[in-house]
Write a protein that binds this ligand. Structure first.
Ligand code: C2E
Ligand code: CA
Ligand code: CA
Length: 413
């Protein structure tokens, strides 16, 4: 593990020296201390970001909140410990905003950052190198013209992340995520190359390519009974012949549509056009599932939920991220989102389960399914054997045509 880096933004004094000592003990050997936002930004930019930021919001809270947003936007820190007083509503909104941009957020309150306190607070934090340098470098080097070639050469590979039954933690399927394995050895994440694929009109080519890879991997393990989920974007389902091409592709590869779920992420605030509805209805009639992805975030809202014939509701990972911050409203929101899914007869999947306490909480709330690092990070098709060992064979999915109260897909254990 490379040396860990941290920056402390706090007025000098006893609290700051306590934090410095504690961070040293926790292995943060590259430490920087500053007391102004401008200096902190300069320092962070010149360091290319840090693993952890400790930020006091007691003094000038408004400029400091703006500072935190800049840090998140520019990916200048992987985690942030916020200290100082803040109203619960303001804190929730801030934490949510920062988390949406991929930051891990921890709340210290008015306490000093002692070793004991930081150790507890950061128990689940896995510091990752700040993404700034990588993100900036790659944005420049992803040339739209390369993407078609990358697909043809098989450089875009499927990574499979387990979806599990909450009660038993047994795998019943996988979400298929794209990874670009470049010739120079770098592996890029979707947010670094999807925009180029989108601009090049290559999202369907990507989808069909990943369908082939993922299904071949399950077939190689004799486990075509497991469910595969693929991500779709709104513009794909708005094409005239989309469902017909999917149908052809499923037939050509002899994939059972009942074992396929499409996850739809919404980025547009507009209503789905009639053509999209027609396409998803056809996919549903074929037997495919349709999930509303990242529910509770952005435009994947109630309005969208009732517009299209969904079978699955994927709760955005922010529902879980803040459960243990002491804000009771988080639990109320999660409980109600689960109840809503259940009432609508949807299969509810909680995303971003990272620790055992979140898993236990989902068990006690009766959530059916989950996904997250606790159960497995996305793995290459070649690494599936380890995950599948001991996973019992799944019974065929019950026929589900329209979402209704008794049509919840029951998973075989
Ligand atoms: P998504 O569909 O919400 O996928 C889940 C993302 O959360 C994945 O990021 C996954 O690696 C990450 N994740 C899973 N479990 C955890 C966890 O416990 N904690 C945390 N912090 N993260 C977790 P990834 O692979 O970077 O994908 C990002 C997004 O890119 C996906 O979000 C999806 O919207 C999009 N995407 C990925 N593959 C494809 C694709 O083949 N086609 C399209 N259209 N979009 C794709
Ligand atoms: Ca998804
Ligand atoms: Ca998601």
């Amino acid at each position: 593990m490379p040396p860990l880096s941290a920056l402390i933004l706090q007025a000098s004094g006893l609290h700051r020296s306590t934090a410095v000592t504690a961070l040293h003990h926790l292995g943060y050997n590259f430490l920087s201390e500053v007391s102004s936002n401008a200096l902190a930004l300069d320092r962070l930019r010149s360091m290319g970001g840090v693993h952890l930021l400790i930020c006091d919001v007691r003094i000038d809270p408004v400029p400091r909140l703006e500072f935190l947003q800049t840090v998140a936007r520019e990916r200048l820190a992987h985690g942030v410990v916020v200290s100082g007083e803040m109203a619960p509503g303001t804190w929730s909104a801030l934490a949510h905003l920062l988390q949406l941009q991929g930051m891990k957020v921890f709340w210290l309150g008015n306490e000093a950052a002692t070793l004991e306190r930081l150790r507890t607070l950061l128990a689940d934090f896995e510091p990752q190198a700040p993404q700034r340098s990588i993100a900036l470098r790659d944005r420049g080097s992803v040339d739209d013209g390369n993407m078609g070639l990358a697909l043809e050469r098989g450089e875009i590979r499927a990574a499979l992340q387990p979806k599990v039954t909450v009660a038993t933690a047994q795998i019943y399927g996988f979400e298929v995520l794209a990874r670009w394995h470049r010739e120079d050895g770098q592996v890029l994440l979707p947010d670094q190359f999807l925009p180029a694929l989108r601009r090049g009109g290559l999202l369907d080519a990507l989808l069909f390519n990943l369908m082939g890879q993922a299904h071949d991997a399950l077939r190689a393990h004799g486990r075509t009974d497991l469910e595969l989920s693929f991500n779709l974007e709104a513009e794909q389902i708005a094409q005239t012949d989309f469902s017909a091409s999917v149908e052809r592709e499923l037939q050509r590869r002899e994939i059972n549509p009942r074992n396929v779920t499409f996850e739809l992420t919404e980025t547009s605030p507009l209503h789905a056009p009639p053509l999209s509805l027609e396409n998803v209805l056809r996919l549903r009639l074929l037997g495919c599932g349709l999930a509303i992805d990242d529910f509770g975030c952005g435009h994947s809202t109630l309005q969208r939920l009732v517009e299209l014939p969904f079978t699955e509701l994927k709760l955005d990972r922010n529902f879980l991220a803040n459960l243990n911050t002491g804000d009771p409203r988080r639990l109320i929101v999660l409980t109600n989102a689960l109840a809503l899914g259940r009432e609508l007869g949807l299969h509810v999947v909680a995303e971003g389960v990272e620790n055992a306490s979140q898993h236990r909480q989902l068990q006690s709330l009766g959530c059916e399914a989950a996904q997250g690092h606790l159960f497995g990070k996305p793995v290459a098709a070649s690494e599936l054997s380890g995950l599948l060992r001991g996973t019992p064979t799944r019974l065929p999915k019950a026929e589900v045509i329209a979402p209704k109260a008794d049509s919840v897909v029951r998973l075989a254990e």
